[in-house]
Design a protein around this ligand. Structure first.
Ligand SMILES: [Zn+2]
Length: 282
């Protein structure tokens, strides 16, 4: 008969083995299973409508994107708010645009994000603010999208559709909010997402600080700018706005802000100018 202490040790070992399996092996096995699933035929046409630039991607990038979309839709909880129904059009449209930011980067599929909340239209959020004396006040904001650091992104479906329909106007709320999500991944929303090397931050900071200062000066001076002047709000908004411009107006960004374009090519590991050329050739 095994002693009670032997049974306790065996029990602990079993629990440890289950924890290791769940933490170490299960995510990889689950991901493999998701990637083996066939990309549903109905999603193919939704994808073409959701991402007009899709035809310009290389075949290999298209396959990567489909795998990321499958993973995104399997992993993230889509929540309809204020009466919004969730269907595959919504799932594929949001997932396709969000996953465009992940191509070639092997960074996982927004590991901190759990839920995507979708409102039919602009929504009001109440933000609490505590002043230095401890007094808490609430102010309300009308928004088309919001990315929270607590694993949620909130989007207005009509604005998502508008951003997708015109993929060359530099405005795309999905790209914008998911750029914020990338920025959050290092724990600080400061316009500097996780870069691949320590040395990369120096050049990133130099280029982004100069571009941000220039946009602020243009906004204050009433001058026009390629980048939406909402990007002059703070460095985090600048990164989100620069991301929208990078994917939607890459030629103009490359011509007018070559160093910023090059930093974004280095970070996103794609060159959207090439997609435009390939897209037109098809
Ligand atoms: Zn923003």
């Amino acid at each position: 008969m095994p002693s009670s202490s032997m049974l306790a040790v065996a029990g602990l070992l079993l629990i440890l083995a289950l924890v290791i399996f769940h933490q170490v092996f299960w995510p990889g096995l689950r991901l493999q299973a998701i990637q083996k699933r066939v990309f549903p035929r109905a999603w193919e046409s939704l994808l073409l409508r959701a991402l007009p630039i899709y035809a310009g991607l290389s075949r290999e990038q298209q396959e990567q994107l489909k795998n990321l979309i499958k993973q995104f839709i399997a992993d993230k909880n889509f929540v309809g708010c204020a009466g919004q129904q969730i269907d595959d059009v919504i799932r594929v449209t949001i997932a396709a645009n969000a996953c465009l930011l992940l191509l070639n980067r092997n960074t996982g599929c927004y590991p901190l994000l759990r839920s995507v909340l979708v409102y039919p239209s602009t929504f009001v959020v109440a933000h609490e603010h505590q002043d230095e004396g401890g007094l808490v006040s609430t102010h309300e904001q009308v928004l088309v999208g919001e990315s929270w650091g607590d694993g949620k992104i909130v989007l207005a479906w009509d604005d998502v559709q508008h951003g997708v329909t015109d993929f060359s106007d530099g405005h795309n709320v999905v790209l914008h909010e998911f750029a914020h999500a990338l920025d959050h991944e290092d724990g600080a929303s400061n316009g500097a997402p996780l870069l691949r090397t320590r040395g990369a931050y120096k050049n990133w900071a130099r280029v982004f600080a100069a571009e941000f200062t220039e946009l602020q000066a243009r906004a204050q001076g009433g001058a026009g700018s390629l980048l939406d002047q909402y990007g002059a709000t703070n460095p985090a908004e600048f990164f989100a706005v620069a991301t929208e411009t990078f994917f939607e107006k890459p030629r103009e960004l490359q011509a007018q802000h070559a160093e910023l374009y090059a930093e974004l090519v280095s970070y996103y590991q794609v060159d959207p100018v090439g997609w435009l050329a390939a897209h037109r050739a098809t």
